[in-house]
Write a protein that binds this ligand. Structure first.
Ligand code: 9MR
Length: 371
């Protein structure tokens, strides 16, 4: 009888503890695992902001504590006509972030791309100056104290580190950069202000970016951080260049954020010599090798790549404010349609069915083994 009682006891202890392990597993999330390190963010589509899919919504709320709007805050949507702003979706975005106690990042104020057609017709410096002042002041003031950080200027640099010949540079000269930061700071003195770009971990562009940040500071602009977009590949950029970037940017006394992280696993047209991007490759099976499923071997490579990147981020967590993924799950990624339309890419931590991938486990495990 006693033996039976003891074995029953042992059995129930075992069942209970395996339930606990299961519960713990379910409770684990990116945002909780990294809560003492940096924010873990995601970019939201319009549908996600409107909570159209309950499953996606619970995944977002469970895993992430920072949000960026993937598109709806860009000029063409928010300021479609000279005298008309459309804040319907941006208001919802802010409300969503507040409701879920998330860090809210504003993307983006001054960007040459996704401009409204009327903006592209701005003809001289007077008009451009007036536009910048009105646009930045209106948007930043409206969300003063609600948006936590802004991308004030996005993608102003060429790959060689020189200034991109954008409509802003064309009409105003390089002073537009410091002016943009001054205008944003005047509208909300407490919000964090960022310069955001891609490939700015590469040496030449990084040097240009550092010079730019110094100029903004020297000109009296307030700049609090640099956004490294981090649209990366399995093999590029090297961890060395990423680490150098973290160190060199933070030596300027600013925060470093990784703002649009994703890792493409597909071949790049540029890998094929003499290749023109686009059309030519559409529908070419060689360029879309995994239309149904990512092979385990590549899944593993992606997991290893993510683990090594997050290991580096953790090493420098005192310098990193936020790591944001460019999308919630693979199904919504812009990389399914760029640089070639209609491919199936696998760049994020959750698959198109919202299931965590090996890469998710590797990022979580890094914290479990560390603590
Ligand atoms: O992910 C965005 C995609 O849905 C848009 O069509 C595209 C338009 O330019 O912008 C994408 O987001 C970009 C971001 O705003 C700035 N950095 C590069 C991102 C990927 O292109």
């Amino acid at each position: 009888m006693k033996i039976l009682k003891n074995s029953l006891l042992l059995l129930s202890v075992a069942v209970l503890s395996s339930c606990n392990v299961q519960k713990e597993k379910e409770a684990v999330s990116l945002k909780d695992s990294y809560k003492n390190d940096f924010y873990i963010g995601t970019a939201l589509s319009a549908d996600q902001i409107e909570e159209k899919n309950a499953k996606e919504d619970s995944l977002i709320v469970k895993q992430f504590n920072a949000i960026t709007a993937e598109n709806i805050m860009k000029s063409m949507y928010v300021h479609p006509e000279k005298d008309k702003y459309d804040f319907a979706l941006t208001d919802k975005f802010i409300a969503y972030g507040k409701k879920n106690k998330m860090f809210i990042h504003g993307h983006t104020l001054i960007w040459h791309s996704q401009l409204a057609p009327w903006m592209q017709k701005i003809k001289d410096s007077t008009e451009m100056k007036a536009f910048m002042k009105e646009h930045i002041t209106t948007i930043v003031s409206k969300y003063k104290g609600q948006v936590d950080s802004w991308d004030v200027v996005n993608e102003a640099l060429n790959e060689d580190g020189t200034l991109r010949k954008s409509i802003f540079l064309d009409k105003l000269g390089e002073k537009y950069l410091v002016d943009a930061f001054k205008l944003a700071a005047a509208a909300d003195p407490k919000v964090d202000l960022y310069y955001n770009d891609y490939n700015n971990e590469e040496p030449a562009k990084r040097a240009g970016n550092i010079a730019l940040i110094k100029k903004i500071k020297a000109g009296g602009g307030k700049i609090d951080g640099v956004g490294i977009q981090a649209h990366w590949k399995l093999a590029y950029p090297s961890l060395e260049e990423i680490e150098k970037s973290i160190l060199e940017y933070s030596a300027l006394g600013i925060k470093v954020a990784f703002t649009e992280l994703d890792i493409s696993v597909l071949p790049n047209p540029k890998d094929f010599s003499g290749a023109d991007v686009n059309q030519k490759f559409e529908g070419d099976p060689k360029m879309n090798p995994y239309p149904e499923k990512l092979p385990d071997s590549v899944q593993l490579k992606l997991a290893e790549r993510y683990a090594s990147i997050f290991k580096l981020f953790l090493k420098h967590k005192d310098k990193i404010s936020r790591v944001t993924f460019w999308g919630v799950h693979d199904g919504q990624s812009w990389l399914n349609d760029w640089p070639i339309k209609g491919r199936t890419n696998y760049p994020l931590l959750f698959d198109k069915n919202l299931q965590p991938k090996k890469a998710y486990n590797s990022v979580i495990q890094l914290k479990e083994t560390k603590q």
